[in-house]
Design a protein around this ligand. Structure first.
Ligand code: ADP
Ligand code: GLC
Length: 499
């Protein structure tokens, strides 16, 4: 333990725009829903801050009003809101920031027509409210740990409007990039709405191609940065993956760390998954086959697929996820006798492409559009292989879930997929999946064919899935790395490359 700062006294405010089980659109929620508990197990006094969405209000969680009439200045207005308290599974306090007009909506960020028009106001409110609330409860957190663009203003506020505030004099900020592809872009005319001084609007401030970027605000002003896998931490410093921010990320590389996400095995383990008709583990793999049969029935796929390879994909439907590649190989896969199950929500364009590619083979290809947590578990268990042909993938969680369920990942070698999946070698019998590099249907098809060859050798296939099921991606190691980083940044004089 480091001198002068005991584990007990380290306080962390963990701010995220989504966290399971309260609100989820993707992997960020899985991380923000399970990392705080892992941090608490390591002795950190962590508290989570989240917006109070409609889905959270309706979720049946045990809550109590904690603070009413929080006053949050936003531009020229003073907005009032409430704070409600609930807890994670393991007792971490969760503060829900309520403001009906901003968060009591059908979705978190957008409708099918596009983003909510006032996302800047919504997340500026959340960011500022969190800091005001910290002062009200009198906790000058050692670290405020922010995630993605929705909380990017927090580090910026600490370095501007709160710069001389003695309350936050010892508070360091950590900004975790889960996905550089979402930059939180808004018109520069809105600078005043987020209560930032005009002099932050420049190339080495929040300006991004003439607009305000909340992601860039986090990247520039946080004391340290992390991203969710070692490979992605390197990739984002290159033009191919940097979305134009590779220059600043490179400048900040001394304070940029890649920490691989973990898996919450209390939720994602086939032997105790309440969503599965037939729980199983390594000792009774035959039960996995029964889950496959049940899944085929549930999705009204041909019974004949029971003895054929079944591919699953569970994904946001966006350019990032490589749906275009799957579309191009679908015919050939079906021709080779395989079945395909897709669960996805997101952009209409990819939805239509996939539906078109499925053509008139409802006996072989099932596409379910929408967000369905329960079905996601049954696909991970029932499929033989999980497809992740991502263009880029900061970490990716579903491939780690699949490994635990004995479902073999076939992935593009990028970001966290490259860090977690090891190409199976039939000679040495080492490896846990299949991967390919060029973003091309040919390269994907080649990897699929390799996988299909091994699938046809049951004994070797069993070695492969056993390798995967034995992998351990639990949170403990990564949580320890965050704890070490919290220590480092709360003991080092606050900095960013501008100073
Ligand atoms: P990303 O965060 O980029 O979407 P991840 O692999 O990190 O990708 O995490 C995705 C998470 O969201 C996983 O828990 C996955 O099971 C879940 N998920 C994605 N799409 C759906 C869907 N349509 N229905 C249910 N769960 C989904
Ligand atoms: C993002 C990334 C995904 C990552 C998740 C959680 O949504 O796209 O790769 O696993 O965040 O960090």
């Amino acid at each position: 333990m480091m001198e002068g700062l005991s584990e007990k006294s380290r306080t962390v405010f963990f701010l995220s725009s989504e966290a399971t089980p309260f609100a989820k659109t993707g992997g960020l929620a899985d991380v923000a829903g399970s990392l705080p508990d892992a941090l608490r197990r390591q002795g950190v006094d962590v508290r989570v801050g989240l917006p109070f969405y409609r889905v959270t209000r309706k979720g049946g969680f045990s809550t109590r009003p904690l603070y009413s009439d929080l006053e949050v200045p936003l531009g020229s207005e003073l907005l009032k809101g409430h704070v409600i308290e609930t807890h994670t599974k393991e007792g971490v306090p969760v503060y829900l920031f309520e403001r009906e007009d901003l968060f009591d909506r059908p979705n978190l960020y957008a409708t099918s027509e596009g983003d909510y028009y006032d996302n800047l106001e919504r997340f500026a409110y959340f960011s500022r409210a969190a800091l005001i609330f910290a002062k009200l409860i009198g906790i000058p957190f050692d670290v405020i740990h922010c995630h993605d663009w929705q909380t990017g203003l927090v580090p910026a506020y600490l370095k501007t409007i709160y710069l001389d505030d003695p309350f936050f004099a010892k508070t360091a900020s950590l900004f975790t990039i889960h996905n550089l592809g979402y930059q939180g872009l808004f018109s520069k005319e809105k600078l005043a709405v987020c209560s930032l001084p005009p002099d932050v609007f420049h190339l080495e401030g929040v300006e991004y191609w003439g607009r305000i970027s909340l992601l860039k605000a986090g990247v520039i002003y946080a004391d340290a940065l992390t991203t969710v896998s070692p490979a992605y931490a390197k990739e984002i410093q290159t033009p191919e993956f940097g979305f134009g921010m590779e220059g600043i990320l490179k400048k900040r590389s001394a304070n940029l760390y890649g920490i691989l996400n973990g898996t919450d095995y209390s939720v994602w383990s086939p032997e105790k998954d309440p969503e599965l008709p037939y729980p199983y583990d390594l000792s009774n793999l035959r039960e996995k086959a029964r889950n496959k049969k049940a899944l085929l029935n549930e999705l009204r796929l041909a019974e004949a697929l029971e003895n054929k390879p079944l591919f699953g994909m569970i994904s946001r439907l966006s350019a990032q996820k490589g749906c275009d590649l799957l579309v191009k190989v679908m015919d050939e896969l079906v021709h080779l006798g395989a079945g395909v199950v897709i669960l996805g929500a997101g952009e209409q364009e990819y939805q239509s492409l996939l539906e078109k590619a499925a053509g008139n083979r409802p006996d072989r290809v099932a596409i379910r559009i929408g967000f369905n947590e329960s079905l996601a578990h049954r696909i991970i268990a029932g499929a033989d292989m999980l497809l992740m042909p991502s263009r880029y993938e900061p970490c990716g969680l579903t491939q780690m879930y699949a490994l635990r369920y004995g479902t073999v990942p076939v992935v593009r070698a990028t970001g966290g997929l490259d860090d977690t999946i090891v190409q199976f070698d039939p000679e040495s019998k080492q490896g846990n999946g299949f991967k390919f590099s060029p973003h091309s249907p040919e390269a994907l098809m080649e990897a699929l064919k390799k996988a299909l060859r091994i699938y046809r050798e049951p004994a070797t296939w069993e070695v492969l899935i056993t390798n995967g099921m034995k992998e351990d991606f639990s949170w403990e190691r990564s949580a320890q790395r965050y704890v070490d980083l919290y220590k480092t940044i709360s003991l080092t004089p606050k900095s960013n490359f501008l100073q």
